[in-house]
Every structure is written in C-alpha cells, then in structure tokens.
Design a protein. Structure first.
Length: 185
C-alpha cells in the first residue's frame, strides 16, 4: 500500500470523525421554500426561506409566515404562490466525495510535477544517447547488461522523440493560429 493511499485513508477517517462532531452546524434535513419577493413580485430568483422543521410542517404557514409580518388575507394569497420542499441530504457523503476529488487533483498535480522533473532527463538522454562501439569484445561480454540498457534507452528515446514531435506540432499550431490566423486540418 503506497504512502498516498495511507494518507488518503487517514484523512477519510479524520473527516468521518469530524462529521459527527460538527453535526450541530449542518442539518441534513431542512425545509426550503421558494416564494416571489414581497416588494418585487416579478423577480425571478428571490432568496429561499430555509428552516429546520419536521416534514409534516414544511409549508408556507410554518416556515415563511413566522419570518415575515403579513396580514391574514395577504398571507393566504402569498402562500399560494410559494413552493415548499422537504430535503434530506447526507453531508458526510458530500464531504467524502469532496475529499476524494481533492486527492485526485493532488495526485494529478504530483504526477505533473514528476513529468516536469523527468523532462530534462529525457531531453538529456536524447541528446547523448548515441555512443559508438569500437571493441567487439565489450559487446559480447556484457551482452545481457547492454541489452537491458539498450532497451531502456530505446524506450526513453521513443518517449523523447514523441515529446519532441508533439512540441513541434504545438509550435506549428501556435504559429499558424497567431501569425497566419489559420487552423491545421
């Protein structure tokens, strides 16, 4: 098990322990009511009214009317236009998903930094990869070692070649788009 996997598990356990301690701050059950604005009835997105009430009391009379002062006849006309919904959510799952997304982004950033550090090594090996063999005995005596080194350098050369090819294509695309204002096919 890698170091990142252990760190991930420790952070998930830590967040899980904090969820129970912070459950007073976030309610998983709530009633949310959307109503037209009192002063501006044509406003399309008025602020919602949110209150922690049981599901059977999730209506305009119990959520909105205690927060605003309206006469009884206006309150009935106002409540007809309100839409109240009772919502259940699980903040613990939301927190775990956010942590997983943050870890994935972190791993990708670390991988990007690794590739940035690897780039000079690939370019250095691509420039000094050719060595002339003058002695036939050296080739036959260390054939297994030189074969393994040759395979590794061959792979690095191919990766370096592909990277150089990609960089040339990017430079060509930039030149076409910014200088000539044309797109490649």
């Amino acid at each position: 098990m890698g170091l990142t996997a252990v760190a991930f598990l420790v952070s998930v356990i830590f967040i899980g322990a904090n969820v129970s301690a912070q459950s007073q701050n976030f309610n998983d059950n709530r009633c949310i009511c959307l109503c037209p604005h009192l002063a501006l009835p044509n406003v399309t997105h008025p602020p919602p009214y949110i209150k922690d009430v049981p599901p059977n009391l999730c209506n305009c009379e119990n959520v909105i009317l205690p927060q605003i002062s309206l006469k009884e006849e206006k309150a009935a006309a106002f409540c007809v236009r309100c839409d109240c919904k009772y919502e259940n959510r699980n903040t613990a799952i939301i927190k775990v998903v956010v942590i997983i997304v943050i870890w994935i982004i972190s791993l990708l950033v670390v991988y990007m930094l690794f590739l940035i550090c690897l780039d000079p090594l690939l370019n250095k090996r691509a420039q000094s990869s050719y060595t002339e063999h003058t002695n036939e005995e050296d080739l036959s005596g260390g054939e297994g070692v030189s074969h393994a080194m040759g395979v590794r350098s061959n792979v690095l050369n191919r990766v370096g070649h592909q990277q150089d090819k990609w960089k040339r294509q990017v430079r060509e695309q930039r030149r076409n788009i910014y200088d000539r204002h044309t797109m490649l096919n």
